[in-house]
Design a binder for this molecule. Sequence first.
Ligand code: PGA
Length: 234
Amino acid sequence: MKIIKVVNQQAGGQQGSEIFEAALNNGAKTFGLATGSTPLSTYQHLVASNIDFSKTVTINLDEYVGLAYDHEQSYHYFMQTNLFATKKFAKSFIPDGMNANLEQAIKNYDGILANNPIDLQILGIGENGHIGFNEPGTSFDSHTHIVDLTPSTIKANARFFENITDVPTQAITMGIADIMAAKQIVLLAFGRQKAQAVKAMIEGPITETVPASVLQKHVNVVVIIDDDAASLLR
Ligand code: PGA
């Protein structure tokens, strides 16, 4: 893992967008995207740039189950608002958490992933070490699947909803094997609340208890962290 320390999230976003640009210049055709507060500064830098992504495809990690696409907390809405409205891509895929047939939605997404190998995947990390919505205990061999969100994740996400009971309890997510299949991965983490997960990811044992620890096995990972997120590293 290559670790890049930055002074703050804005600087991290600058680094993130430079990695996107370098990948594009190296022929990347498919970008794996993430939602949440972490990738926002990267998207802001991409939006402000004149980098042309119009011939590339995006594939998002995950989506809530049962949250309408125009709901402000849906990941469809997030991507539209924070990136797609201003940056044009040839095609963008996000898991279909509104599909009445979730088994079909899973099959469709696995097909999309098979047809569009990801060149660069951007990731955040959960306070419990999750990547995508792959919660602790998820098999490293997993592909697209439905997850029951852990109480810790529901609590962390409750800040975005009026009521904790409004937070969806399930999500559809790419699996860990799908994430590991990306040619390059850039994981960003900012703030002290991520320090424990960052330490476990980088210095801890490779274990399904800490999903992000699997990244130790990937040959091309860049971790972009601020001082707070790095504060527990040896
Ligand atoms: P955050 O979420 O970027 O909103 O902190 C990251 C994650 O849970 O993967």
